[in-house]
Design a protein around this ligand. Sequence first.
Ligand SMILES: Nc1ncnc2c1ncn2[C@@H]1O[C@H](COP(=O)(O)OP(=O)(O)OP(=O)(O)O)[C@@H](O)[C@H]1O
Length: 314
Amino acid sequence: MTSRSPAGAASAVRLDGVVKKFGDTTAVNELDLTVERAQVLALLGPNGAGKTTTVEMCEGFVAPDAGTVRVLGLDPVEDSDALRPRIGVMLQGGGAYPGSKAGEMLDLVASYSADPIDPAWLLSCLGLDEARRTPYRRLSGGQQQRLALACALVGRPELVFLDEPTAGLDAQARLLVWELIDALRRDGVSVLLTTHLMDEAEELADEVVIIDHGRVVAAGTPAEVARTGSEGQLWLSTSAGLDITPLRTTLPDGFRVGEAQPGRYLVEGAIDPAVVTAAAAWCADQGALVSEIRVDQRSLEDVFLDLTGRELRG
Ligand SMILES: Nc1ncnc2c1ncn2[C@@H]1O[C@H](COP(=O)(O)OP(=O)(O)OP(=O)(O)O)[C@@H](O)[C@H]1O
């Protein structure tokens, strides 16, 4: 991935050749990853792929065995005091005192920040007005999740780490969190999120990185990743009996072209905009009018399963 940060500004997150081992297990293996400023990057991978370990290294909770980790240009372990006020961390159920009330908890986290967002306003944004005086242990799972998000955001961070931010939320709360993440990006906040939900990555992420066994197996925009290594299909409906040789000759090696049914032509291969243009031009050259062009898209989930396998992970 190329650096697209403004001149002088470090990327929000940059990992180069990062390795982390736990005994015989290599959780993260020569990982390179960049989150640009004001970008949402979704880190995807099956269970045990190394997502949490990667994020924990960025947060400074775990030190890498090799390679470099830079967050807002700083070393998250060495420079943790300088970094802490500038980042937001959403912990899964962690760090809470079970007896303390939701409002008190958020007020406490806000008190650590020089310029916090108004906690009452944030609770209201996240639909937690009524939960303000509720002890943490009495909050529903979805309310605890939204409170964790509020705690990550109350200090106006430049960069937020969100670990499965919508896991266990109902459809309404999920939409609310998606809108909030989108608003953060518009405000220039960078977001590194992990998720198991492909539609969440497709909806929110500027960049998607799929990791498996601690290595990157695909990276790019959701649309780019959905095209990764995939065979696509282009269907053209037009006059029957056209000469397909010119189209075959125009397309690079590896494409298959045929008339599947009279007047319905199928092109198989790595379909991109240039292939669609070539197919339309081929029809025009033969004086044939196209009544329909359809590209069968593969989903991010199809590609994810192709790359990481379909068997269950422990
Ligand atoms: N503290 C630890 N001690 C020993 N092994 C660990 C430790 N933390 C992680 N691992 C191992 O490292 C590998 C990567 O784990 P990690 O939690 O980073 O994966 P993940 O992608 O976040 O998985 P999940 O989607 O299940 O949360 C796994 O094999 C895990 O068992």
